[in-house]
Design a protein. Sequence first.
Length: 195
Amino acid sequence: MKKIILPLIAVVAFLTPSRTQAEAMPLKAPSDFSVEMVTHASGQEISSKMFKDKDKTRIETSMPGMESISIVRQDLKKMYTLMPAQKMYMEMELNPAMAAQDMTAPKGEMKWEKLGSETVNGTACDKYKVTTTLDGKTTEMFYFLDSKGYPVRTEIKMEGQAMSVDYKNWKAGSQEAALFEVPAGYNKMPGMGGN
């Protein structure tokens, strides 16, 4: 599951660029939103839903035999992993470097190159190659954007793992505060960070 969640966090990064980055790219996803996603990775199909509200992010992930929820709270400098079936959660302190910046904002130099047009899931899209360079390492992603500039599909290869994500039901606007809290009745796993 961790091998899937980390690339998903990376995808969130490209959905929530800084203002300077946003002005220079065709991607126009809203700053606060919810969206449904289907990820194809390592021969698996994983359904998930993402909620973003300012410095709070929630990703609900479902795959055969497993369900997990990740909550990143930049304001509290914490990350939570919820396990609904067990009514338990893990808590991790964000280190100072992570806490000082938005984990879900893309880092490094970004270059967008339009490759042409394609139809994805019945939607006419412009296809872009996005090259990001950070600390001498280069990552390539492919974005398929609709007429609003919203992603319909992304494709990425990270740490040797190829992954594609399809998006649907974009809903712009503020999200409910309760989505970013550990629900009542959940027990903290001992020895898993925090106090």
